[in-house]
Design a protein around this ligand. Sequence first.
Ligand code: KPL
Length: 310
Amino acid sequence: MGQQLVDEKNIAILGAGAVGQLIYQQLFANGHAPLFITRDHEQQQHIAFTALDGRVTESTATLLCNRSDPSLFEHIQLLIVCVKAYQISDALKSIIDKLPEECHILLLHNGMGPHLEVAKQLRGQGLSLGTTSQAALKKSRWHIAQTGPGSTQLGDLTGPHLSRELKACLLNAIPGSQWCEPILPSLWHKLAINAAINPLTAIHNCNNGALAQAQYRQQISDVVSELVEVASADGVELDKSALINRVFEVIELTGANYSSMHQDIANKRKTEIESINGFVVQRAQHHKLTAKVNLSLLEQVKNMELDYLQ
Ligand code: KPL
């Protein structure tokens, strides 16, 4: 359906990490051929995908350089931003002036916060947000493997809404995806899971399953309670006990996994702590609330990063 309605060159993906490539592959399998916007020079790129059933498919993607002539950007109707939260502002700055006013921007990343900044950068474009629990791993620069199914929530935030055609194209392509109005409760919900699991696994150097031990129960409950209070001050009501139960369910379901933050610390990479617990602390401060357990986790992870980041 999507292919008849949407020109294949009208969707672009900013950020060719594991999630960006996964979304590319899912759109490609549905008859689309999104462009990747990268810092590399323009080229055709051979790319490979190992699906959940182990089947490998190969395709050729088109890369568009972020420094390229503005005329090459003028047909983009949907830009899906899949870089890390802390890279979004800079990555968008390099292309925002080249995007047509009718272009819609979708941010798909872990954590929250960048939308507040991006909303100010827009020049008439509509902004949507999304979150996904689909898991993918890079086997090499241009070969990813999907490592877990998951659900994806997408929804409009501000400005003109995403067109019906593009919305259908995303929902048809991404398995387990749904359109949510409003979208912010879904993002806070996912944030609670990441705020409770990610820093604790990084600090205690353990897999997700280890957090089922009684010694972590109080801290997990405090992280979520603080977050629920802050979300409420931000206008989003969440069910605290359902959320705590969901955190323990995810701990069980993903027990053998090492969280993304654990992997970032283990590989000496910058973590997403600022847009996870850091966002809770920032919004708490905005509302003159305290979020001391989230603040303590934020500080501990930042101290761990200091050992290797300048
Ligand atoms: O999303 C995750 C992450 O690692 O970032 C969880 C849900 C914690 C699974 O590992």
